[in-house]
Design a protein around this ligand. Sequence first.
Ligand code: SF4
Length: 310
Amino acid sequence: MNPEQIKNAILKLKDEHNAIILAHNYQREEIQLLADYIGDSLDLARYSAKVDASLILFCGVDFMAETAAILNPKKTVLIPDPEARCPMAAQLPAQLVREAKREHPGAAVVLYVNTLAEARAEADVTCTSANAPLIVNALDEEEILFGPDRNLAWFVQQRSDKKIIPLPDRGYCYVHRMFSPADIMLLKERYPDAEVLVHPECDPEVQNLASHICSTSQMLLRAKASPAKRFIIVTEVGLVDRLRREFPDKEFIPALETAVCKQMKKHTLEKLYLALRDKKHVVRVPPNIATKARAATERMLEISGRATHD
Ligand code: SF4
């Protein structure tokens, strides 16, 4: 089948199975174009919780698909390529969280949703890069075990008086650590009129050069609201496709063309088709883990929803 035929076959199967396709902002452009909904982790978590479909084809990495499965216990969640695993999430096994809790009995555990379900089940509440400071500051505890991204922990520490303890010591996203301050300085010199939008998983030295530090959904909002005509985008390049599509009258410069998340790009149209056709690669989370992880995720949705509506 050629790409157009695969696309049509996917749409037909989607109708037959009463399915919906969700895609993260870092997905390949052809997948974004086919998706019913595109977003960051929080958007996708919220959307999957209210979606009316019997089957969810989730185009993102493992921990995100787990979130969709946790929030939709009555729906079937498929992932086109089960090898789409986030290496940062893998840096925080549940055992490490249990040990840290024993060492810091008075601390709250706040885990970024970029964490596998088994570890997330040990959390009091989860967060995303868009709402991490809000979640931490809403808690009563003064000491916070925060993982797995050390740079996001640093970002939160700049916005909170609480003591933030990174967990593990040096968790990181290899894509966001590709950006160097020297590269960003060069781009700023070349495009002095551009706003620099930096993701909080980048190193502190890079965050310090930002006009705004934003999650991917916040970058979209900023691009829309800002009077600027030019933006330097310091995150995975997949978001640049979406920004260019949605704001054709503005210019978006990727800070680094090679900032590509190989795991996000594992999904292809052909794999989407095969997963839907064979209803394969079902995402399963054991019920005892799902119940605890759901409570942590729902607490996040409740706190962030409350803030949105206050
Ligand atoms: S961009 Fe980083 S955090 Fe996101 S899935 Fe890829 S490796 Fe994981």
